[in-house]
Design a protein around this ligand. Structure first.
Ligand SMILES: [Zn+2]
Length: 411
């Protein structure tokens, strides 16, 4: 068994936390911003220092590769992202990049023999914070998203700016032939923070991730009648917002009868005309529900489709926005992660991912899996996001040994 170096890991955490430091403990580091380029420069500098070859592809995804001892073998890649949400933390995404670097640095420092080339990788624009959508580059590389549409994505801060412009201005835009593909790559690992409270509550240092939860995303609408807020007696009203409020309570009551590990959220609401003197005539809200089992997601859909046709004198309607099936990670890779954590004596448990990650797209191309480390108090996508250097290093050590198992057992 090999172990990564906590001091070197902490140095990386401290260094990368400076790129986009927002001044109160976290970072704002949009993809392809000057701050993100500082992080990429640091990645390139440290990887070149151990003799890795740096390549970039047409989406500016970055690859640092150490050669293996046998020629003609495919690469094993460890990847995550270095961009953040606005006022995000120092671990989401970048931990997977730092962990990948740490694995290569340990391999180089301890001269650990390996047959396959091993690559540390940065995915461009995973968060999609400035240029939506999320998981943009892994979506393009895996054929889930249309590249031309992604290039046209407009900055949420300045619609005159497109993702294509940011890409063209980046020194890290490279060639399409360098893209991660099953032709050149054997397997992918992604180390990531859990972004939830489960591992910490269970006092486990490693989450052996088995799947990314299936989900459905619906729009629910209520239609009433716009009228004057001062002249319309209450009994005459068809208030679409009040109807939506009633409907939301109805949905919570029904959905709470399903298995306790179902998660569902209404995070977006549009009220028309959204004027304080006008009774709303149209309200549209989202409902996002996630569960591993398709039959539970199907029960959610039944509840949504079975809502009363009319509520508080307003007509109701539901429409599917999008859905995805549960994505199971590769059984062999999952077992390498589990074995590695057990052999290192690091407390661990199986876990699923409620959040989407680049690994979920890549799993359609090649064997892929993820490793989670705990998030303090479950917080993420905020400045207080925290995982201790010891836990981060444990995650990297598990990834190192899992990669070495893949190296010796896969071809
Ligand atoms: Zn992430």
């Amino acid at each position: 068994m090999f172990e990564c170096d906590e001091k070197r890991m902490k140095d990386k955490i401290d260094t990368f936390s400076k790129f986009g430091d927002a001044g109160h403990g976290g970072i704002t580091r949009y993809s392809l911003s000057p701050e993100a380029h500082q992080a990429r420069d640091e990645f390139a500098k440290r990887m070149k220092a151990i003799g890795a070859t740096i390549e970039t592809d047409d989406m500016a995804n970055m690859y640092a590769t150490l050669p293996g001892t046998e020629s003609g073998l495919k690469r094993i890649v460890m990847a995550s992202h270095c961009d953040s949400v606005k006022n995000g933390g120092n671990y989401d995404g970048i931990l997977g990049v730092m962990g990948a670097m740490e694995v290569l640095e340990t391999i180089a420092a301890s001269k650990i023999p390996h047959r396959h080339p091993i690559t540390a990788m940065i995915w461009t624009n995973e968060e999609g914070s400035l240029y939506p959508p999320a998981m943009m580059s892994s979506g393009v590389v895996t054929g889930k998203f249309d590249k031309a549409k992604m290039l046209a994505s407009k900055s949420v801060l300045d619609p005159s700016q497109t993702f294509a412009m940011a890409l063209d201005a980046s020194p890290y835009k490279g060639s399409e032939k360098n893209r991660l593909s099953p032709k050149d790559y054997l397997a992918m690992f992604e180390l990531h923070i859990e972004q939830g409270p489960i591992l910490e509550a269970a006092k486990k240092d490693i989450g052996v991730v088995t799947c990314v939860l299936g989900m459905c995303n619906y729009r629910v609408r209520t239609y009433g009648q716009a009228d004057h807020a001062g002249t319309t007696p209450m009994s005459y009203r068809k208030d679409a917002l009040f109807a939506s409020a009633q409907l939301l309570i109805h949905l919570h009551e029904q959905l709470d009868k399903l298995p306790k590990d179902l998660v569902y959220t209404t995070g977006e609401i549009k009220c028309h005309p959204c004027v304080h003197t006008v009774i709303p005539d149209e309200v549209d809200f989202s409902i996002d529900a996630r569960h591993e089992k398709p039959e539970v997601v199907a029960q959610v859909v039944d509840i949504l489709k079975g809502i009363p046709k009319e509520i508080a004198k307003c007509r109701t309607e539901t429409a599917l926005a999008w859905e995805r099936d549960t994505v199971y990670f590769d059984k062999n890779l999952v077992s390498y992660v589990k074995e590695s954590a057990d052999e290192l004596g690091i407390s661990n448990q199986y876990i699923n991912s409620g959040a989407g990650h680049d690994a979920q797209f890549v799993s359609y191309l090649m064997p892929t899996t993820m490793i989670f480390v705990p998030s303090k108090d479950g917080h993420s996508h905020c400045e207080i996001e925290y995982t201790s250097p010891k836990q981060c290093t444990a995650g990297a050590s598990v990834m190192l040994n899992a990669v070495l198992k893949a190296d010796s057992r896969m071809n």
